[in-house]
Design a protein. Structure first.
Length: 252
């Protein structure tokens, strides 16, 4: 009986060892093959605003990194360096890196990819990006008080030719832009040309060299929380187009 118990205990121990090794090794094996998606929130927001989108992308099979950054306290150059540090630590071995951004996050990715040629770059989707500058940023530029409150980045996001968005080169990567046309911001609608999402005009989101473009009836504040928008994003990351194709998209 003792011998049988010992054998039984040994078998159980072997099973536990096998399970432990499986749990340790399996993520590494799959992690080396899984495509990464970098999420970047907008100005004055946090990673919390991107959580619904993070969950959808994870369910679709992507390895998601929801990166936060101090948008109101650092300059664009400092934020680009911070982004570079985060990417080096999270995604250096990823076979492919995609970016999905909201508002200011899209400008930071444009600035980052203007400096860094990422060999394993995938596709980029921008939600409501001020690619031609922001009229609301123009207002902040004319106010010392607003400048002090809003920080060093917002004053570089205006519509002038020397603003950061208008100085950046066209994309060398596949880029899809999703613009909102649901205006629920009464203050923004007074300053921002229509159609707009209440903060960024549709015209400002467009960028020469982009791969695809679509508008949705969503506001600037909540565009990243839409299930329809998430479907568009996943389709573009897999196929390079927002429109549905007759050919089912492959898994990432």
């Amino acid at each position: 009986m003792k011998i049988e118990k010992a054998r039984s205990s040994g078998q159980i121990y072997s099973v536990f060892v096998w399970l432990a090794l499986s749990l340790l090794l399996t993520p590494c094996a799959f992690g080396s093959e899984t495509e990464s998606v970098i999420l970047l929130h907008g100005y004055g927001r946090t990673t919390f605003s991107m959580l619904p989108l993070q969950n959808r992308l994870q369910d679709a099979g992507f390895m998601v990194h929801n990166i936060g950054y101090p948008s109101m306290r650092r300059s664009p150059a400092e934020l680009v360096e911070l982004l570079d540090d985060r990417l080096q630590s999270c995604c250096g071995t990823s076979p492919r890196i995609h970016f999905v951004t909201h508002s200011l996050g899209g400008i930071l990715v444009r600035a980052y990819l203007a400096e860094k040629h990422v060999d394993n770059i995938g596709r980029v989707v921008m939600l409501a990006p001020p690619n031609r500058g922001s009229e609301i940023a123009d207002i902040a530029n004319g106010s010392t008080l607003l400048h002090a409150i809003l920080g060093p980045t917002v004053i570089q996001l205006g519509t002038g030719e020397d603003s950061l968005p208008n100085r950046l080169p066209p994309p060398w990567y596949e880029l899809g832009v999703i613009a909102g046309i649901d205006d629920i911001n009464p203050i923004g609608s007074f300053f921002v040309p229509e159609p707009s999402d209440g903060t960024v005009s549709v015209a400002s989101t467009r960028l020469a060299g982009m791969t695809d473009f679509v508008t949705v009836r969503k506001s600037h504040t909540f565009i990243m929380r839409s299930t329809d928008v998430a479907d568009y994003i996943i389709r573009f990351l897999r196929t390079g187009r927002f429109a549905a194709s007759d050919v089912p998209p492959s898994s990432p």
